[in-house]
Design a protein around this ligand. Structure first.
Ligand code: AMP
Length: 644
């Protein structure tokens, strides 16, 4: 049993529906979720209009959790049960962490670090999952439906364990990870650099507590991370401390505990204001105030700015790139709003950095753009090339034909869906044959896998809707799933399509496809004529069985049976001929059989003529069946009940 495709290729419903997908910046201090709406990426706020969700989780004794601002409010009273900066711990073992670097009750767990809380032992994956779950709920509430997936960003320097742990957290949060994306790459995508000219780009990311710099090379649409460097102990918070260090001696007082915290808060506000004004007033919580000018602020923080340039030089050196060879600089992180940061970057590279996008949002916005592409909302344009499918991937359909689902050269990762239906009345299973190659006929493609979807509720032919989704991840791993939409029964299989395929093999398959294009087209038409004929035979047989005696005279029945016999004979002839060819010339390709072409075309034409004759012979019968159906529907009802 095979498939009958009802949706026209390229006109399937799934790829044209807007699929809800988001980009998530899972940050050390704050996280954001963004999506693309009407072609524009935007960050989704919570119900109170807040964009940032602090990456903080509080575990209460009763097992409930508070996340974000709510958790932050509980941090002072419950420091050991309120976990911030879990990203620094994710994918790490306790032995990886410097002793005393984390003010939490840490424990060893197999392959990871555990955190003892009043609600039990938690892992950084659990904490990440809570943050991600909130963001998923926020997005689903804002977008009005379940997400098909998310692109989640990670630092470029994250190793496999840290990436896997981030994926685990997403899965725990009920998110389908379309892809993990490097944060600097996401920022570059937000600026549309992947659509622009090839070259080398630097991403300078100064957040609250950390500094990261990455050197990326864009070639043929692919971003490659050439080098990363950074300082995990340098960020915007150090600029707040520099203000307090300058201020405190002038107050004639010492400060500690709550007073120091209040001064730091005041300093942070002053710092942020100085990004847009020349002077600010520092108000001491115990009374008195002092003016701070931007010039003084820049003088007391010059050392911090200079410190950021140390990793910048290192990253450039590691990448083998000179500062003047860099084609663009992207700024990420709230602290890059400080004018002295922008000026220092411009001096160092001899060109102004890009600043058009909110530096807090750039990573999430870039992830959203990528998610939109991976969800298939953008069509073929503007896909971020990472890797490409060497050969098309498709399914066998009726008549031994191939329906291509993922075309050759599609950028990976990718996902495409198409709807299929049942061929026979009462069909409860469907076998799916996954093939790879450019040819029209299954026999000439490479068979990758077969699996069966069982449990389809019995329906008339064509009533079931089976959505088949092909998903190829960034590693080239193909997953095929089939879901019957009414009953929800599903089946799934994973294959590695490139396994065992050498370059020469790919080239051979392409060459044969190009050479055989014309003969393949003829073969496809011949097969389609066979499928049409078989379907008409089956339908006529069923109709005769049901209504033949009631609606047709014996001579009318005989005429139809004769027309059926003619179609049947033609089909038989075609099949016998195909078997004979297969037996005689098992290895020959159609393009090596120029003499076979007229045969195929003649057979197709004869079969079509017989099918059309049967259609004509059954026209009156079909009309009578329709009339009978209408009469049955109207029996016993008054005119006003059926009038429209
Ligand atoms: P992030 O971790 O990227 O959210 O960055 C937070 C850091 O950016 C904090 O140190 C903030 O004080 C700082 N920041 C946010 N807005 C500004 C601003 N307008 N000027 C200077 N620093 C800012």
């Amino acid at each position: 049993m095979a498939l009958l495709q009802i949706a026209e290729p390229g006109r399937a419903t799934a790829p044209h529906q807007h699929r809800l997908a988001v980009g998530i910046d899972l940050g050390t201090t704050n996280s954001l979720v963004a999506t693309v709406q009407s072609g524009q990426p935007r960050v989704l706020p919570d119900g109170q209009g807040r964009m940032l969700l602090p990456s903080v989780v509080h575990y209460a004794a009763d097992g409930s959790t508070a996340v974000g601002q709510d958790a932050q409010a509980l941090a002072a009273a419950h420091p050991l049960d309120t976990i911030a900066s879990a990203k620094r711990l994710i994918g790490r073992r306790r032995a990886d962490l410097p002793p005393g670097s984390v003010a939490l009750r840490l424990e060893d767990m197999p392959g990871m670090v555990g955190i003892r809380t009043q609600a039990g032992l938690k892992t950084p994956v659990d904490v990440g999952a809570e943050v991600l779950r909130r963001l998923r709920e926020r997005a689903e509430a804002a977008l009005g439906g379940p997400l098909v997936g998310a692109v989640i960003t990670v630092p470029a320097y994250f190793d496999d364990a840290q990436r896997q742990a981030t994926k685990d957290a997403a899965q725990q949060a009920g998110l389908n990870v379309l892809r993990l994306l490097n944060e600097p790459t996401a920022a570059a995508v937000a600026y549309g650099l992947d659509q622009g000219s090839e070259g080398v780009y630097v991403v300078y990311d100064l957040g609250g507590g950390t500094f990261d710099v990455s050197v990326l090379r864009l070639a043929r649409g692919v971003f490659e991370v050439l080098a990363t460097a950074g300082d995990a102990m340098l960020g915007g918070d150090d600029f707040d401390r520099a203000i307090v260090d300058w201020w405190l001696p002038q107050t004639g007082r010492d400060a500690g505990g709550a007073e120091l915290a209040a001064l730091l808060r005041e300093a942070r506000i002053a710092k942020e204001r100085l990004s847009s004004q020349g002077t600010v007033e520092l108000r001491h919580p115990a009374g008195g105030s002092l003016l701070l000018t931007r010039a003084v602020f820049e003088a007391v923080t010059a050392g911090l700015i200079a410190r950021t340039l140390v990793p910048v030089r290192k990253a450039l050196r590691d990448a083998g790139i000179r500062a003047d060879e860099v084609d663009g600089i992207v700024l990420v992180g709230g602290a890059t709003r400080m004018p002295q940061v922008r000026a220092a970057v411009e001096r160092h590279f001899g060109r102004a950095p890009y600043t058009g996008i909110d530096p807090d949002q750039a990573v999430a916005l870039g992830a959203a753009i990528q998610a939109d592409q991976l969800a298939g909302n953008r069509g073929a344009d503007g896909l971020l090339l990472l890797d490409v499918c060497p050969l098309s991937l498709g399914l066998e359909t009726m008549g031994g034909l191939v329906e291509k689902i993922i075309p050759r050269n599609a950028t990976l990762p990718t996902a495409r869906a198409q709807d299929f239906t049942t061929f026979k009345d009462g069909q409860t299973a469907m076998s799916l044959h996954v093939v790879q190659g450019e040819r029209e006929l299954v026999a000439e493609c490479r068979s990758l896998a077969r699996f069966t979807l069982h449990g389809i509720p019995p329906m008339t032919a064509g009533a079931a809707r089976i959505r088949v989704t092909f998903q190829v991840d960034a590693d080239g791993l193909l997953g095929v799933s089939a879901v019957e939409q009414i009953s929800g029964v599903h089946a799934h299989i994973e294959v590695k399509p490139s396994y065992g395929l050498s370059n020469e093999h790919v080239v051979d398959m392409l060459r044969s496809a190009i050479g055989a294009a014309e003969s393949d087209a003829h073969a496809r038409m011949a097969r389609e004529a066979q499928v049409d004929a078989r379907r008409l035979l089956d339908a006529t047989q069923a109709a005769l069985h049901q209504d033949g005696d009631a609606l047709l005279s014996p001579p009318e029945q005989q005429a139809i049976v004769a027309a059926m016999q003619a179609v049947s004979d033609q089909l038989e002839a075609v099949l016998t001929d195909a078997q004979a060819r297969a037996g005689e010339q098992p290895d020959q390709q159609p393009d090596q059989q120029p003499n076979g072409q007229p045969d195929l075309l003649a057979q197709r034409d004869a079969l079509r003529a017989a099918t059309e004759a049967l259609n004509r012979a059954t026209a009156t019968f079909a009309m009578r069946r329709m009339d009978a159906g209408i009469r049955a529907a109207l029996t016993g009802r008054r005119v006003e009940q059926v009038a429209v």
